[in-house]
Design a binder for this molecule. Structure first.
Ligand SMILES: [Zn+2]
Length: 246
């Protein structure tokens, strides 16, 4: 798809928020929301350093979204929103997405803009800056914004620049000492620190399909376990979890 205008991207992001029955003025738990979409499987696993995610669409509306598990939580959330654009709007069935924001194709740029507006709807961000940040863009307000919308620093700064709230020059001081400043202001470093994502894990439709195949005797118990182990779900096969009903 050719490069879409800001307005077209905003419309698409709002359409999908509406379709998923999400309000336009609140942050979202994007992992939980994507898992509510019947046909989506989310796989987190280590990918090449320059790859953020992969979108693989099947013949029906089934879709596997792979997320590079070694990225920060903030960047994983952005990647999932980016892949959601591919799920709904891209024609290609197999899309590998580069971590970099520069020199990307029109469709990658569309997906990045979509992710930004999907996680931070135009109205919600404007309202937050006005009501919670006294309409000022400074370190404390940037920390408040990214922790409210749960996005990485880069995602937020790119958006503020695109919205003409900050210039390229004004961005510079906010690109360093991110973690220590977050900690000093009482925030967790979860959004910013790369996760130790050596393990693979799978959530969503794939797991439900494994269960259904076993239930209907279409696969053996051994095959079922093999499929789950392949998906990084030894916890289901070996029942390592302790029940905790509190
Ligand atoms: Zn992409």
């Amino acid at each position: 798809m050719a490069k879409l205008s800001n307005e077209e991207i905003i419309n698409k992001s709002e359409d999908i928020r509406n379709q998923l029955e999400l309000s336009l003025d609140l942050p979202i738990d994007i992992f939980a929301e994507c898992l509510k979409i019947k046909n989506i499987t989310i796989v987190e696993r280590p990918l090449s350093e320059n790859i953020s995610g992969i979108c693989i669409k099947g013949n029906s509306s089934s879709c596997i979204i792979e997320i590079n598990s070694t990225m920060s939580y903030g960047r994983k959330r952005f990647t999932l929103a980016h892949e959601l654009y591919h799920y709904y709007f891209s024609k290609e069935a197999f899309i590998v997405c580069n971590k970099s924001f520069v020199d990307v194709s029109d469709e990658e740029s569309n997906a990045n803009h979509f992710a930004s507006y999907f996680l931070m709807p135009k109205f919600a961000l404007r309202k937050f800056i006005k009501e919670k940040c006294d309409d000022k863009i400074e370190l404390t307000s940037i920390l408040a914004m990214e922790n409210y919308f749960q996005v990485s620093r880069k995602t937020l700064l790119i958006r503020l620049k695109s919205d003409k709230r900050i210039s390229e020059e004004e961005m510079v001081p906010f690109t360093v000492n991110i973690i220590i400043n977050a900690k000093k202001n009482g925030y967790s470093d979860k959004l910013y620190v790369p996760e130790e994502g050596e393990k693979k894990t799978t959530l969503g439709e794939y797991i439900r399909l494994c269960e259904a195949l076993l239930d209907k005797d279409l696969i053996s118990k051994a095959k079922y376990e093999e499929l789950l182990l392949d998906a990084g779900r030894a916890d289901i096969v070996f029942g390592e979890e302790k029940e905790n009903y509190e």
